[in-house]
Design a binder for this molecule. Structure first.
Ligand code: ATP
Length: 136
């Protein structure tokens, strides 16, 4: 069965939205296979965000992800990767569709990084890679 890595980013955890976010994904019909709270290290984030090294938002993104605890989950189900991304909404929370996690709970806070509450893997390859990083 397909799996995806879901992260409730530090903004989601600090705003008390962890339960709301996880329950939206569960309510769509996906199953929690793994769940934990973690303080990421710089090393872990460098591995996770390797494809973004050198981009202007890379350092602000890493600093943001280090700013507080994260809740990491593995969800599973048919087409869960696409399904989660649909529930999460598009990257920029200001314009993400209402009804999505980012669209309902996020906005631009004027920083150099999109504080967009959640992460979800974008392919089966990246899901298996990312699950290996966060649930080693
Ligand atoms: P995620 O992979 O976290 O689900 P995504 O696939 O929508 O989000 P990516 O392009 O993989 O976005 O970027 C990873 C993260 O980097 C985004 O979730 C966001 O926090 C941040 N980010 C991406 N693009 C920008 C940008 N142009 N400006 C600021 N931050 C950005």
């Amino acid at each position: 069965v397909e799996r995806t890595l879901v992260l409730v980013k530090p903004d989601g955890v600090s705003r008390g939205l962890t339960g709301t976010i996880l329950s939206r994904v569960e309510a769509k019909g996906y199953t929690i296979a793994e769940l934990k709270r973690v303080h990421a290290t710089r090393e872990l984030l460098e591995e996770h965000y390797a494809e973004h090294v050198g981009k202007p938002f890379y350092e602000p993104l890493v600093e943001f992800m280090l700013s507080g605890p994260i809740v990491a989950a593995v969800f599973e189900g048919e087409r869960v990767i696409e399904g989660f991304r649909s529930v999460a909404g598009t990257t920029d929370p200001t314009t993400a569709a209402p009804g999505t996690i980012r669209g309902d709970f996020g906005r631009d806070w004027g920083l150099k990084v999109q504080q967009n509450l959640v992460h979800g893997s974008d392919s089966t390859e990246s899901a298996e890679r990312e699950i290996g990083i966060w649930f080693a």
